[in-house]
Design a protein around this ligand. Structure first.
Ligand SMILES: [Zn+2]
Length: 453
């Protein structure tokens, strides 16, 4: 365990051990015997993840003297879908058995096992098979119920085993997803800097360090990550685990999720790519959201907000009723509209709050803008990293129309009360002009046109 992971586990609320390193599957058994003495284990996997690490995990459990129930192995094709039906099926299978789950798998299986175990109030152990997202050590499960994906409350695993050799050999698309999920922590971190500076939400420096300190090194060798180089994948794998632990420590996704994530959540809630084969992953959407937000940061940083006319901006900021009217025209489904209205209203500032925030923004801009610059990578560098690992870098790759893509900037702001760059620019009255600039001649997205139909 690296020192940083050790520190993170100390602050985690549910997770008591992380075993990360090359060839660590043999440690699953001793770990379960130590943390869950006397319990019978059931290995849960699908055919694909079973082939990766099912036998080795089972052998390790048996060697450590852990009693084993018959494994629960789902079909590999089509891959399991993170729907509530799958959670219920596993939960009902587990309920009459006095067993704890040792899950062998990645995002979808982990979410299913996490929620099923949570509903039974049983701890579970996760053996990770791909560096594809940061949910391994996070609480909550992203599960589709009543027609849309939602984050359902449940504890994080009691232990995570991350074998770097297994993770480095994961399919490229899964690794690319993990890079997308991780790289968003750069503009996401900038969002948190802004939220703290403007008095919207305090920043926890220890939690911050867990996510941000190892981030740049983790993204430094995308070619190595793409090629399955174990050393290059260590930073990615550990970074994803650390993000999950940071969310536990903070009891919120703030440390690992900014406005780039909100773009992904919007697309996810609207079902983008859900019927693709395989379904469009969380991290691939988040990666594109990261490019979007990084490019928007660059546009904002081209402006001198130190010269902002604060009184004029406060006067010009719409009242809530006017914003609500705008939101109603933005094409949200009947299902999403109430949430968009409630989330936006929750962060709608009073004139006094707005005055205070924009005064800070103006006065602190010289130092704040420097901090933001230091936090970010250039948008074209983010794009290069994602392209190198084979992630999504352009909206046309995932079937977004030019109009839907552009509208995402504003609509992503509506669906979450979290305060981000989008809100700062909106409140300062410059969001629309910054978005316009991205799509105007010479702008970031104007230079990357949609292919002709
Ligand atoms: Zn994520």
């Amino acid at each position: 365990m690296t020192a940083l992971i050790e520190r993170a586990v100390e602050r985690a609320t549910d997770t008591r051990a992380i075993v990360a390193g090359a060839d660590v599957l043999s440690r699953v058994g001793p770990l379960v015997a130590e943390l869950l003495p006397g319990r019978t284990a059931i290995v849960v996997a699908d055919e694909t993840t079973w082939a990766v690490a099912g036998e080795a995990t089972t052998a390790s459990l048996a060697a450590a003297g852990v009693a084993l129930a018959e494994p629960y192995v789902l079909p590999g094709t089509p891959p399991p879908y993170a729907g509530y039906e799958a959670v219920e099926a596993l939960r009902d299978h587990l309920a009459p058995l006095d067993v704890v789950v040792v899950l062998v798998g990645a995002g979808t299986l982990n979410d299913i096992a996490k929620l099923a175990s949570g509903e039974l109030e049983r701890p579970y152990v996760c053996v990770a098979t791909a560096p594809s997202m940061d949910g391994y050590a996070a609480f909550g499960a992203s599960i589709a119920k009543d027609g849309y994906k939602q984050t359902m409350t449940c504890p994080a695993p009691i232990a995570v085993v991350a074998d770097h050799r297994v993770l480095a050999a994961a399919p490229g698309r899964m690794t690319a997803s993990g890079v997308g999920d991780l790289v968003e922590k750069l503009p996401g971190g900038a969002d948190w800097i802004l939220a703290e500076a403007l008095g919207a939400e305090p920043l926890d420096a220890d939690v911050w360090a867990l996510v941000q300190e190892p981030l740049r090194a983790a993204l430094a060798d995308p070619e190595g990550i793409r090629d399955g180089d174990v050393a290059a994948t260590v930073g990615l794998a550990d970074g994803l685990v650390l993000s999950g632990l940071a969310m536990q420590a903070h009891q919120s996704s703030r440390p690992a999720s900014g406005a780039g994530h909100q773009c992904s959540h919007l697309w996810e809630m609207e079902g983008l790519g859900v019927h693709d084969d395989p379904p469009l992953s969380h991290g691939l959407k988040v990666g594109l959201g990261t490019i979007m937000l990084t490019a928007l940061y660059e546009e904002a940083l081209r402006r001198d907000l130190g010269a902002l006319d604060v009184d004029a901006a406060v006067d010009a900021f719409p009242e809530w009723a006017a914003i609500a009217r705008s939101i109603r025209r933005e094409g949200f489904s009947e299902q999403l509209l109430p949430a968009a209205l409630a989330q936006s209203e929750a962060k709608h500032p009073s004139p006094e709050t707005l005055l205070a925030r924009l005064t800070i923004l103006r006065d602190a801009w010289p130092t704040l803008s420097e901090r933001l610059r230091a936090q970010l990578l250039p948008a074209d560098e983010v794009e290069r990293i994602l392209a190198t690992v084979g992630a999504v870098t352009h909206p046309s790759q995932i079937g977004l129309s030019p109009e839907a893509f552009r509208a995402t900037y504003t609509r992503a702001m509506r669906i979450r009360s979290r305060y981000t760059l989008l809100d700062v620019l909106h409140e300062a009255g410059v969001l629309d002009e910054c978005i316009d600039a991205l799509f105007a001649p010479g702008g970031f997205w104007a230079e990357r046109p949609f292919p002709a139909a």
